[in-house]
Design a protein around this ligand. Structure first.
Ligand SMILES: *[C@@H]1O[C@H](CO)[C@@H](O)[C@H](O)[C@H]1NC(C)=O
Ligand SMILES: *[C@@H]1O[C@H](CO)[C@@H](O)[C@H](O)[C@H]1NC(C)=O
Ligand SMILES: *[C@@H]1O[C@H](CO)[C@@H](O)[C@H](O)[C@H]1NC(C)=O
Ligand SMILES: *[C@@H]1O[C@H](CO)[C@@H](O)[C@H](O)[C@H]1NC(C)=O
Ligand SMILES: *[C@@H]1O[C@H](CO)[C@@H](O)[C@H](O)[C@H]1NC(C)=O
Ligand SMILES: *[C@@H]1O[C@H](CO)[C@@H](O)[C@H](O)[C@H]1NC(C)=O
Ligand SMILES: *[C@@H]1O[C@H](CO)[C@@H](O)[C@H](O)[C@H]1NC(C)=O
Length: 356
């Protein structure tokens, strides 16, 4: 009986945790000239992401900021049919700032579930309730005129609204989380949000850390410090890197310089050590914030020839073709490593239960 229990524990852990690791980009609902993206725009974008020359892996996931099509009240964003057409996984976003209710976001989501069914819901890997809302209401967000945000209590309320809204749909097992800066996650005032989420999404930009020695040569230290700090407060919750990148052009920021060379260095030093190991949504394939003078797009006008060579250095330890089953060397080795960890973990659990 104890053996049976042991096997059951191993099996159940294996099934729930041996998931693929997501590799993708962020995608705003409008272009860098503030025009609404239509289905064709999203399709072109998602296709380009999957066909980048010299890519170290298959970028087949997209993080969105809203469920609502730009310039509409509560129509589902046209990124959804584009994702279905291009077999792109989605980290959904619920826009939470400047509002007292997320009813319209939930209405758009419900409509999409009704309209597209499992073709849509099978692609959804998570739902982020908000993006940097708690940073924007913090002292530094206010100082940087970051715009309207929300406090922890409101975000928690919205997370509960989302769980309630999906509980009887095929999205009911979807991880629900929140995205914020590492400074917001480590802020004691926001601790209760960590208890509420299934995952912590964190946006990490050494470029903006002008009080940390943010020359590109120190980017790895600054990045690791911020990620480690987030992981420390996350406890047993997963930390997903929901935005990271380095601008190819734009103003200096502290010691940080926005250049093509630095963007490539950042890709090599940070990206190549994360891809295939952690869930990452890179910032970005295509810019969508005209107010930001720093430009992060790794390619011009969705060309599949990026502005710099995306190949990872041999010594980064990146698998040869991340997240691409058909070539499988990369993904199968990372999966089997995951499985090994999972089995080891499960054995520990089972043994503990057996001893008890
Ligand atoms: C994925 O695998 C296919 C088939 O081997 C290959 O043609 C393609 O270039 C790979 N894509 C990436 C991004 O690794
Ligand atoms: C789902 O996709 C299949 C295959 O493309 C299609 O036949 C079906 O109509 C789609 N279902 C919905 C609800 O859109
Ligand atoms: C921590 O969060 C509180 C509440 O939002 C905010 O007032 C404060 O400025 C934050 N602290 C820092 C260091 O960001
Ligand atoms: C590099 O970054 C670390 C972590 O943020 C910081 O403690 C250190 O002072 C920085 N080093 C330099 C030379 O700026
Ligand atoms: C962050 O954590 C990793 C893994 O535990 C460690 O190797 C690295 O030195 C840490 N970096 C910083 C800057 O704390
Ligand atoms: C990109 O870099 C790799 C590794 O250094 C090299 O093999 C490849 O030829 C480069 N591709 C281009 C288009 O420069
Ligand atoms: C790779 O294969 C696994 C197992 O068949 C599947 O769950 C996963 O979705 C596939 N990943 C991609 C990127 O197609």
């Amino acid at each position: 009986m104890r053996i049976a229990f042991f096997l059951a524990v191993v099996a159940s852990f294996g099934v729930t945790l041996a998931d693929e690791i997501y590799l993708g980009f962020n995608s705003g609902s409008t272009t860098d000239s503030k025009t609404a993206k239509k289905q064709a725009d999203f399709e072109r974008e998602f296709e380009a992401a999957q066909k980048l020359k010299n890519s170290p892996g298959l970028f087949n996931s997209i993080r969105l900021y809203t469920n609502i099509q730009a310039e509409t009240e509560d129509t589902p964003i046209e990124a959804f049919p584009a994702a279905i057409k291009t077999n792109t996984k989605l980290l959904l976003g619920i826009w939470c700032s400047g509002t007292t209710s997320i009813e319209k976001e939930l209405k758009a989501l419900t409509k999409a579930v009704d309209q597209y069914g499992k073709n849509f819901t099978d692609l959804v890997v998570g739902i982020s309730v908000g993006s940097e809302d708690m940073y924007r209401v913090s002292a530094s967000g206010v100082k940087n005129k970051a715009g309207l945000g929300q406090n922890a209590k409101t975000i928690i309320g919205f997370i509960k609204d989302v769980r309630e809204s999906i509980k009887d749909t095929t999205l009911r097992r979807t991880p629900v989380g929140h995205v914020d800066t590492w400074t917001a996650w480590v802020n004691e005032s926001n601790k209760d949000v960590i208890d509420e989420v299934d995952f912590l999404g964190t946006n990490l930009f050494p470029y903006y850390e002008d009080d940390k020695g943010n020359a590109i040569s120190n980017a790895t230290s600054v990045f690791e410090f911020a990620l480690n700090s987030t992981e420390k407060v996350a406890g047993n919750k997963q930390v997903w890197v929901t935005e990271t990148g380095w601008p190819t052009s734009g103003p200096d920021f502290g010691q940080a310089k926005a250049t093509l060379d630095n963007a490539k260095t950042y890709w090599n030093d940070i990206g190549c050590t994360l891809f295939g190991r952690k869930n990452v949504w890179w910032y970005v394939l295509r810019d969508s914030n005209p107010d930001n003078k720093a430009k992060f797009a790794i390619t011009n006008d969705l060309s599949t020839t990026p502005q710099f060579n995306l190949t990872c250095p041999a010594n980064s330890g990146a698998p040869s073709s991340i997240n691409n089953n058909t070539t499988s060397a990369g993904s199968s080795s990372s999966v089997s490593m995951m499985s090994t960890i999972i089995v080891a973990l499960s054995m520990t659990f089972a043994l503990a239960a057996w001893v008890a």
